[in-house]
Write a protein that binds this ligand. Structure first.
Ligand code: C2E
Ligand code: MG
Ligand code: MG
Ligand code: MG
Length: 279
């Protein structure tokens, strides 16, 4: 009995795994055409300076509206895109779209774009960035590229070269999801980052968990010591913001200050006016 049950369980897992592989292939197939079919969209989340309360920039976040499945989150489709060359095409679209958008704002706010490991290790990235900046007329200093530590590990020398070349163009580089990757401290020393972004999982517990509070305080001290501004992601409550302000965190981002939304929702910040359609 046990044996047949075991086999039944095995068949169940086999069937489920088959379904998952099928699901993945299906998404990968659809992802190949998503940009061309106009299913991709960028939403923007404000980044706010704590001291002044001013919006200093926006992070572009990708959204995929699948014709049958509806909204597919980046946590699902980005890893699939990263397993193939699809991420290069999608990443190029994101960069062009975000820079084109930001270049049209009367106010010179910064625009942060997430760049994946595959892009960082692609020999074409620096040329692409250069071309997009020239094509859109966006000042290089307004573009900030966000990279996770995990994106650096497969070929650190290649990644370092890319970061140096980006910086030579005048583009800034932020370390995303700080604290969740590998060997954070040596990465801060080895790579020329301009900003540290504390992962939202730390921010969330900063007002309720003593250990987390201690870690975040240390990261803020680290930033000060290295002369790097620190931005805390995922700020949802006044209590979290209060803690970060008291600890002199430079900037914040999160639902409390603004949910990722179509850019028209933020025309007060990008244009300094309230547009009729967004009001
Ligand atoms: P990320 O770059 O660390 O972006 C922050 C994520 O936290 C976003 O999720 C954002 O919507 C979410 N978030 C912002 N504020 C809050 C908050 O107060 N509470 C909570 N719970 N979440 C908040 P999203 O948009 O689902 O993106 C997830 C990840 O997917 C991003 O993490 C980034 O790694 C990746 N991603 C998104 N867009 C792109 C893209 O254009 N290119 C690449 N390569 N990756 C992207
Ligand atoms: Mg990011
Ligand atoms: Mg992050
Ligand atoms: Mg909290």
């Amino acid at each position: 009995r046990a044996k047949s049950e075991g086999r039944g369980t095995y068949r169940f897992f086999e069937a489920r795994m088959g379904a998952e592989v099928h699901e993945r292939r299906s998404l990968e197939h659809d992802l190949r055409h998503a940009v061309a079919r106009g299913e991709m969209e960028l939403v923007y989340q404000p980044q706010t300076e704590v001291g002044t309360g001013e919006v200093i920039g926006f992070e572009a976040l990708l959204r995929w509206r699948h014709p049958e499945r509806g909204h597919v989150p980046p946590s699902v489709f980005i890893p699939i895109a990263e397993e193939s060359d699809i991420i290069l095409r999608i990443g190029e679209w994101v960069l062009r779209e975000a820079c084109r958008e930001a270049a049209g704002w009367p106010r010179p706010l910064s625009i942060a774009v997430n760049v994946s490991a595959v892009q960082i290790h692609s020999p074409d990235l620096v040329g692409l960035v250069h071309e997009v900046l020239l094509g859109t007329g966006l000042a290089p200093g307004r573009l900030e590229v966000e990279i996770t530590e995990t994106a650096l590990i497969s070929d650190p020398n290649r990644a370092l070269l890319t970061l140096r070349q980006l910086k030579a163009v005048g583009v800034r580089v932020a370390m995303d999801d700080f604290g969740t990757g590998y060997s954070s401290l040596s990465n801060l020393r080895s790579f020329p980052f301009d900003k540290i972004k504390i992962d939202g999982s730390f921010t969330r517990a900063v007002d309720t968990n003593e250990q987390t509070a201690a870690i975040v305080r240390s990261v803020l001290g680290l930033g000060r010591g290295l002369g790097l501004p620190v931005l805390a992601e995922g700020v949802e409550t006044e209590a979290e913001l209060g803690f970060l302000a008291a600890e002199r965190c430079h900037a914040v981002q999160g639902y409390l200050l603004g949910r990722p939304s179509p850019i028209a929702a933020f025309s007060r910040h990008t244009h300094g006016i309230v547009r009729q359609d967004a009001a």
